[in-house]
Ligand binder design. Sequence first.
Ligand code: GAR
Length: 197
Amino acid sequence: MLNILVCVSGGGTNLQAIIDAINEGKIRNTKIKCVISNNEGAFALERAKNAGIDAACVSPKSYETREAFNKAFLDKVNEINPDLIVLAGFLVVIPPAMIEQYRGKIINIHPSLIPSFCGTGYYGLKVHEKALERGVKVTGATVHFVDEGTDTGPIILQKAVNVEKGDTPKQLQQRVMEQAEWIILPQAIDMIANNEL
Ligand code: GAR
């Protein structure tokens, strides 16, 4: 059984996709041990509660320095001791010590086809704004391992999504979630849990 920790910052639709996929047997041999948010108002925490999953908030706002937050975050993660850490819309830079300790055991979902529209400053809706500004006809999502860089780790899965004429950033974001993110993130977890990578 793969025990996973899911880290979230916002609405938690990717978390919901993972919960649903486990319940439907699309992710096999996997248990969500805990959900951590950096933001106590995140609706993702409600989703965890509704599904009966342990949830915790570790917020940088509660600590005087970034170092103190990083230590508290890593201490909490070590207490949970997950086999895999899933960043599902987690908008906090992962502390270097955590990357070192959990190398090859942290994955992230990014809402573009990496290496397009990724790196520092590319997160959430901004990614789709930039894709529309550039006028690309195809975008998508990527699941990748996390290393020291921003969105630079080895790619696990990608899925392309068409941009439609007249798309707003929000419409494109929703389509990328529905047609790519909510599919490939559960798929990647299932592959890792069942040694199919
Ligand atoms: C998702 O689109 C995810 O790909 C993105 O944040 C959103 C979170 O939505 N992540 C990033 O931009 C990371 N760089 P959710 O809370 O509804 O899952």
